[in-house]
Design a protein around this ligand. Structure first.
Ligand code: DGL
Length: 277
């Protein structure tokens, strides 16, 4: 097993958008990627049940891998559970991923900004607090998409997506008010950067799409500099899927991102086994 890897976590394969940037900035570290695909998508989960699942799951992952750093490459999980995870695992450094509302408020010219996210992220108190703290002078529209994360996974696996379906999901982001138009859309789900070209193509007018992947990787780099020097060890980087049964297209995809795959279910106790649900 690789010593003290950086562990990346998402409900699915969207977190690979952050891994892609991290591979450039942190090439000398060992990586573990965990996709909680047994529970995908997170967007529709009831908050308390998802929080319990995340705290249990991370307990097992920390016990098993002793990660030097955990990057929660998922807005839906971070906005819900980052505070609980930090409180429950105080010695463990975490990097969270939350909607880029502050940079959007700083950058907008029209004052009309949309945050495109899962239904879970748009209803979080965390997200609403970011808006009142940093974007009180803007008109921020929260757009919760039921289908985009799934469409992004389809596109990543099959290289094809129905553009009309993408158009339907992003259309509510576009506002016109007293001669002004939305000029920024925050991509507040790590799956969405994979679809950004399709979004550009189907948008009614050009906007600035804010993707935080590189900023998250930079934050990981800052924290990693405070850690002991990394050593890659012998083994390959590994990817775990909580379903234990990812399809072949997913296996190919993660190996394209540099992961040798271990197919197994992940238990809260950190050993292969059935995930508590
Ligand atoms: N990639 C996740 C995020 O950043 C969520 C995808 C989902 O589970 O719906 O929010």
């Amino acid at each position: 097993m690789q010593p003290s890897p950086i562990l990346f976590f998402d409900s699915g394969i969207g977190g690979l958008s952050v891994v892609k940037e991290a591979r450039v900035l942190l090439p000398e570290h060992a990586y573990v990627y965990v996709a909680d695909d047994a529970a995908f998508p997170y967007g529709a989960w009831e908050e308390e049940a998802l929080k319990v699942r995340l705290v249990d799951l991370f307990g097992g992952l920390i016990a098993r891998f002793s990660p030097s750093l955990i990057v929660i490459a998922c807005n839906t999980a971070s906005t819900l559970a980052i505070a609980d995870l930090r409180a429950d695992y105080p010695g463990q450094p975490f990097v969270g991923t939350v909607p880029a509302i502050k940079p959007a408020a700083e950058r907008t010219c029209s004052g009309l900004v949309s945050v495109l996210a899962t239904p879970g992220t748009v209803k979080r108190q965390y997200t609403r607090d970011l808006i009142s703290q940093y974007a009180a002078k803007c008109h921020v529209r929260l757009v919760g998409s039921e289908n985009l994360a799934r469409l992004a996974e389809q596109y990543m696996r099959e290289g094809f997506v129905d553009e009309e379906a993408v158009r339907a999901e992003i259309t509510p982001c576009f506002m016109e008010h007293e001669g002004s138009r939305t000029d920024i859309v925050v991509l507040a789900c790590t799956h969405y950067p994979f679809l950004v070209n399709r979004m550009r193509k189907t948008a009614p007018w050009p906007v600035d799409w804010i993707d935080t992947s590189e900023a998250i990787a930079r934050r990981a780099l800052t924290l990693a500099r405070e850690l002991p020097a990394p050593s890659r060890g012998e083994g390959p980087d590994i990817a775990l899927f909580t379903s234990g049964a990812p399809p072949a297209s997913l296996r190919r995809l993660v190996s394209g991102f540099g992961f040798g795959l271990v197919e197994e279910k992940v238990s809260a106790e950190g050993e292969p086994g059935l995930l508590r649900s």
